[in-house]
Write a protein that binds this ligand. Structure first.
Ligand code: AP5
Length: 224
């Protein structure tokens, strides 16, 4: 079968992680989220975690050289042979070049970049109400996507907490960084004909339906 090599792109809080959770149930592809990988490294206090934690707490991007190697190793692994979903990488033009060079070296290419977009005021509303489970980072929203059991994860029963970088000033800083450093990737992938737009202000299941339809078409096109 042909590969499905995908990037999820969008501002913080647009719903990339929410959609990735749903997509994982539908498509058998490994999912690599830089935020999850970095938060796990911070929790375990690895060398990467000690260095990255400071940047993340401020809402800054960690330096390209810290994250690039971590992601490229995963793409070049056996489990990603038939495809992958990247969430949070690339996030700068430098990272996009690094990914492109690595894929060329492996004689592979991107299938599509899925842009989930939402305006800044919506992002702020969402991140201030986001709660994640302590054990596995499953995501909820106190108003838009509440758990069945208030304060506890539906999937593993662990307590729901607020992320350190979801405080208002940090969210505003993350948005500035997105507009300065990550937005240029939208133009890049648009020019390359890889970009697919999704309106992240729709309800989560509706966004999921649109993404699934697009992926089904892409898969068919890849097989032609
Ligand atoms: P990361 O964890 O990747 O954060 P992010 O991109 O800012 O994205 P978020 O996880 O905040 O948002 P999301 O789009 O996944 O939204 P979610 O689905 O949770 O990165 C964290 C940090 O790591 C960075 O700041 C940086 O320091 C570092 N980092 C990561 N990658 C890096 C890289 N490549 N280079 C350098 N540094 C890097 O949804 C948000 C909320 O909205 C939830 O509560 C959800 O329930 C709700 N919601 C979702 N969809 C909807 C909807 N359709 N309608 C209503 N509510 C919704």
């Amino acid at each position: 079968m042909s590969e499905l090599n995908l990037i999820l792109l969008g501002p913080p809080g647009a719903g990339k992680g929410t959609q990735a959770d749903r997509l994982r149930a539908d498509f058998d592809l490994p999912y690599y989220a830089t935020g999850d990988i970095l938060r796990a490294a911070v929790k375990e206090q690895t060398d990467l975690g000690r260095e990255a934690g400071e940047y993340m707490g401020r809402g800054d991007l960690v330096p390209d050289e810290l994250i690039g190697k971590v992601m490229l190793e995963r793409i070049d692994s056996d489990e990603a042979r038939d495809g992958f979903v990247l969430d949070g990488f690339p996030r700068t033009l430098g990272q996009a070049r690094e990914l492109n060079d690595a894929l060329e070296g492996l004689e592979r290419r991107l299938t599509a970049t899925l842009l989930i977009d939402a305006p800044d005021e919506e992002v702020i509303r969402r991140l201030s109400g986001r709660r994640v489970c302590r054990d596995n980072g499953h995501t909820y929203h106190v108003e838009f996507d509440p758990p069945k059991n208030k304060g506890f994860c539906d999937q593993d029963g662990s307590a729901l907490v607020q992320r350190e970088d979801d405080k208002l000033e940090t969210v505003q800083h993350r948005l500035e960084i997105f507009h300065e450093q990550t937005k240029p990737l939208v133009d890049l992938y648009e020019k390359e004909g890889l970009l697919r737009h999704f309106d992240g202000t729709r309800a989560p299941d509706e966004v999921n339906g649109h993404i699934r339809a697009t992926l089904a078409t892409l898969r068919l096109e890849e097989q032609l």
